[in-house]
Design a protein around this ligand. Structure first.
Ligand code: ISE
Length: 333
């Protein structure tokens, strides 16, 4: 029997998730939902969905929907995820899990009360071959006390008109926060956002530079640039006591011509992380069939939001800000 999935929010990412789901065995896209009904109808037709809707809560409660993918705007995530928990249905929620750490904390408490790990947060970099290989290599070659610094870049070609400088922190660098925690296996305890000269091509503070410190003292710095115009690019290098490990270029063809070497740079994250999104969805669906939790948990979503909330506070007030702390519930072991 096929598992019915409701896809809530079909902008660029939700539409891609619906398409990825439609290629997998054992699942059907039962319903496509979007506040824009025309868009919902269009994507439902594209992926052969059973039906379409505009109200996310009705989708969660629909009997033909066994699990949901949430890719609607960030500030709608918490309500839909809480409805999924109330209905006892698994959910793959795009990052961030909630718009604030307070929303994420409520989700974590509700999930623990329900006694079942139903939430996966869409930190897809955990499925990207280059990040997976970097983690494996780091693990195999380096003692944790030899990992000194992580340098990260995160550049977008452009972003929607409604994007803000705070969203560069809550919506974009939340990926680096999660990858840093996942790679290093430790928490971030303090952050500082430094103001840079503003790009004359942007209307909000962009780029920004963030420095984070982990509990063991490793420094993680991130350059986030939302309107860099030339393409989409992420990078990470890990400075260790005796070596530096870095993400190599994605495996694309280089062309040498007329005295120059050229590499294509993808236009956006959907293309750069196409494989990661497919693998993430396939793993989540396999987990649904086996009843296993896969990927980042609601706890990871909460920890990441605690860090980005601290970044937003640092940006507003300047200086270093301590990240809210709290013991990891054994539920998430
Ligand atoms: C976007 O929402 C994403 O999730 C992308 O992965 C990220 O690189 C981009 O900066 C975000 O705005």
């Amino acid at each position: 029997m096929s598992i019915g999935i409701g896809v809530i929010g079909v902008g660029m990412m939700g539409a891609q998730h619906a398409e990825n789901l439609s290629t997998l065995q054992g699942v059907t896209v039962a319903c496509v939902c979007d506040a824009d009904e025309t868009r919902a109808i269009e994507i439902a037709a594209l992926v052969g969905a059973g039906t379409h809707a505009t109200d996310p809560i009705s989708v969660v409660q629909d009997n033909s929907v066994d699990a949901v993918v949430v890719a609607s705007p960030d500030d709608t995530h918490a309500d839909v995820v809480l409805a999924a928990l109330a209905a006892g249905k698994p959910v793959l929620c795009e990052k961030p899990l909630g718009a604030t750490a307070a929303e994420c904390r409520k989700i974590v408490e509700t999930e623990i009360d329900g006694g079942r790990k139903l939430i996966t947060v869409g930190f897809m970099r955990r499925f990207d071959p280059s990040y997976v290989d970097l983690q494996k290599t780091l693990d195999e070659t380096t003692n944790p006390d030899e990992v000194l610094m992580l340098h990260c870049i995160h550049r977008n070609a452009t972003c929607p008109d409604w994007f803000t400088a705070d969203m560069s922190l809550s919506n974009a660098i939340v990926h680096e926060v999660d990858v840093a925690r996942w790679l290093l296996g430790e928490e971030i305890e303090a952050v500082q956002v430094m103001r840079s000269k503003r790009s004359p091509k942007n209307t909000f503070d962009d780029p920004q530079f963030i420095v984070m410190r982990t509990t063991s003292g490793t420094l993680v710095d991130v350059e986030i640039f939302m309107r860099g115009y030339y393409g989409y690019e992420v990078g990470m290098s890990v400075v260790c006591a005796e070596q530096v490990l870095a993400l190599a270029r994605p495996p694309l063809t280089a062309a040498r011509k007329a005295g120059a070497e050229r590499y294509p740079i993808t236009e956006n994250w959907r293309l750069r992380f196409a494989r990661a999104y497919r693998d993430e969805m396939a793993a989540w669906v396999a987990g649904l069939a086996d009843g296993c939790h896969v990927g980042a948990s609601a706890w990871d979503g909460l920890r990441a939001a605690e860090v980005t909330d601290a970044c937003i506070a640092s940006k507003a007030n300047g200086g270093e800000v301590a990240v809210a702390d709290g013991p990891r519930p054994s539920f998430y072991d």
